[in-house]
Design a protein around this ligand. Structure first.
Ligand code: SF4
Length: 266
């Protein structure tokens, strides 16, 4: 895409500025695709290509073109704002990044989110017969429970909650890591009155947790005889939700561009 075209698109008022910074990237389910520059760029650049294979040569060629245009725009913007793109102390910054990563990974929220990923994997593994009963014949592991079979046969109601669980399973961890890392870098005395990126990321994680709790609730209703394992997951998620809310007390109030409305009474 040409630089001119990209600039024109970025200035188009139909797009909500920075909406894609605090979304869950689930474009298929997003009610704002028509107002998202990120989505429009993806559509324009890639979706017209017949072959959607990520290894497609054309795909990477297009991506590389976008990189060049983006770098040109970045250089222009840096010059305009007096930013020296060469001034970073790479060694110091890499070391700082490594330390922040370590601290973020060790934070109780990220540890709990990581454990949640494993719990979901375990559950999906133990319930794989529900999704593909033919697997049962090939395996000597736990046989397909009659009730599982009855619950899943011709029943699409499992598809959506499992899809929701799958979408947020890793995203919660990723967003929490970003929130924790961000908080380590933000300087509270300077940024206190401004919305914090860490709160925005924590809010996306919280929304993922809320939706996952709801989805697990639906799965539990479909498989009441498997409710103990699901209850463990629900308890873990609820504890994680409360801990995230305590760690990021302003996250829920963060206004995500496009998705949240500003409360004029507050
Ligand atoms: S705002 Fe919506 S359309 Fe844009 S990247 Fe996020 S999920 Fe996709």
């Amino acid at each position: 895409m040409e630089k001119k075209r990209l600039k024109k698109l970025a200035e188009d008022p139909r797009f909500i500025q920075s909406i894609y910074n605090y979304c869950d990237r689930w474009c298929e389910r997003c009610p704002f695709t028509a107002r998202c520059l990120n989505f429009a760029l993806g559509e324009e650049e890639f979706d017209q290509l017949e072959d959607q294979d990520l290894n497609n040569e054309e795909f990477w060629k297009k991506l590389s073109e976008t990189l060049h245009v983006t770098l040109e725009l970045l250089e222009e913007a840096a010059e305009e704002h007096g930013i020296d793109l060469n001034s970073m102390d790479m060694e110091e910054s890499a070391e700082e990044e490594r330390l922040n990563d370590e601290l973020a990974r060790d934070h109780q929220c990220s540890r709990a989110a990581k454990l949640y990923i494993e719990m979901v994997d375990d559950w999906l593994d133990s319930a794989r017969y529900i999704f593909s009963p033919e697997e049962e014949e090939r395996s000597t592991a736990e046989p397909l429970d009659e009730k599982d079979s009855a619950s899943s046969e011709g029943d699409n109601s499992l598809v959506e909650p499992v899809e929701v669980v799958g979408w947020y399973q890793h995203l919660i961890y990723v967003k929490l890591m970003r929130a924790i890392r961000g908080e380590l870098l933000e300087e509270p005395e300077i940024l206190d009155e401004y919305p914090k990126d860490s709160d925005g990321s924590a809010k996306v994680a919280l929304i993922g947790i809320d939706r996952s709790i709801a989805a697990w609730g639906e799965i539990r209703n479909l498989f009441p005889h498997r409710s103990n394992q699901i209850l463990d997951i629900l308890v873990h998620l609820e504890q994680l939700r409360r801990t995230v809310e305590k760690t990021f007390p302003h996250a829920r109030a963060f206004i995500r561009p496009g998705f949240d409305k500003i409360d004029l009474n507050s």
